[in-house]
Design a protein around this ligand. Structure first.
Ligand SMILES: Cc1cc2nc3c(=O)[nH]c(=O)nc-3n(C[C@H](O)[C@H](O)[C@H](O)COP(=O)(O)OP(=O)(O)OC[C@H]3O[C@@H](n4cnc5c(N)ncnc54)[C@H](O)[C@@H]3O)c2cc1C
Length: 312
């Protein structure tokens, strides 16, 4: 079995600025500015904003009304996290495994090892975790949203949100090379200026020609529609390195699958860095669900993970 190194996970997490607040993990990303004031980020920000709650005590009547009186299940002295307990309870329901010979919480590690090794991962779909992800590029999110099963996404709109709020993401390769870094800063300044110029020209044309989009009696609706028409045209010049903040919710089975696909050597480096951070945040909150993962430091200096229990 691969060795889980909870200490190592914590050390790496803290070394990149990771924090835990009331049991929620997060890794912030600093914002930088060019001399002209264009904002950009250098690494993914990952903030866990939601995770499961559980109230198994409310199953008391259900459990006690069985012949064998399963109520004793609720007095397990060892407590699990809500996400892990939810999955364990759901899995134990399958076999009504609530009696004295059940697996007690102290042996939850072994219990989950069995689930993972036998590939009975559907029970992992009960626990969902949501992250606000920022400091990632539009090219990254284009790859991210290819993952469908078990995922929900809400991404910043480049039509509704004004170009004044747009930020950029600098790739590691540019950060490490002075010339490429200068080119990057010049490019994002130029894009921002050009965006504003296009927006201004289109705005004047709109006013001159009175192109009022779809007619509407509602003034504010009309204004929004006009603004969207400007933004949707002007955004054509944004490069792949434009930041694309996104809220992502997924269940443990789905998170595991994507971490395996994206936090590995074959994945693009920006997305690998993101998924390694997601792994750190999840593994610290739900150690039992991720203790089969082994941390690997790849030749490019970016971490990833591997497990023998793939796609449970
Ligand atoms: C290194 C790398 C390189 C890639 N290169 C390319 C590329 O060049 N071009 C490109 O287009 N894509 C590329 N992809 C994207 C890849 O092909 C997948 O679309 C993406 O990784 C989503 O993974 P998934 O198919 O496992 O889907 P997920 O949505 O993550 O689904 C998880 C699992 O659920 C099952 N499932 C989901 N949806 C269905 C369905 N509709 N029907 C049946 N089973 C389903 C499958 O078993 C699937 O593996 C790349 C991905 C990686 C990791």
């Amino acid at each position: 079995m691969l060795v889980n190194n909870q200490e190592k996970i914590k050390t790496i997490f803290e070394s990149i600025g990771g924090k835990i607040s009331d049991g929620f993990t997060f890794i912030d990303s600093r914002v930088y500015y060019t001399k002209k004031g264009t904002p950009y980020l250098k690494s993914p920000g990952v903030i866990m904003i939601a995770k499961p709650e559980i109230k198994i005590e409310n199953t008391k009547n259900f459990l006690s009304e069985y012949q064998n009186n399963f109520e004793d299940y609720l007095s397990d002295p060892d407590k699990l996290t809500a996400g892990t307990q939810l999955i364990k309870f759901s899995a134990q329901l399958c076999y009504m495994s609530f009696g004295p010979k059940r697996t007690w919480n102290k042996d939850a590690n072994r219990y989950f090892e069995n689930i993972k090794s036998s590939g009975h991962g559907s029970v992992l779909e009960h626990s969902y975790y949501s992250f606000l992800i920022y400091g990632v590029s539009r090219s990254l999110t284009h790859e991210l949203i290819r993952h469908r099963a078990g995922f929900a996404y809400s991404q910043q709109s480049q039509r509704y949100v004004s170009g004044n709020l747009i930020r950029f993401v600098e790739r590691k390769e540019f950060q490490d090379n002075k010339y490429l870094h200068n080119l990057f800063e010049k490019r994002i300044d130029r894009i921002k200026e050009e965006y504003e110029e296009i927006n201004n020209i289109l705005k004047k044309e709109q006013e001159k020609l009175k192109i009022l989009g779809q007619s509407s009696d509602d003034e504010s609706h009309l204004k929004t529609e006009l603004r969207k028409k400007l933004n949707q045209t002007a955004r054509a010049i944004f490069t792949n390195e434009t930041e694309a903040p996104i809220v992502v919710t997924a269940n443990i089975r789905a998170w595991r699958h994507t971490i395996e696909m994206r936090a590995n050597n074959y994945a693009e480096t920006e997305i690998r860095e993101l998924f390694f951070r997601i792994f750190l945040c999840l593994a610290l909150v739900e150690p039992i669900l991720f203790n089969d993962y082994k941390i690997i430091e790849y030749k490019d200096g970016i971490y990833g993970v591997e497990t023998k229990y793939k796609k449970v």
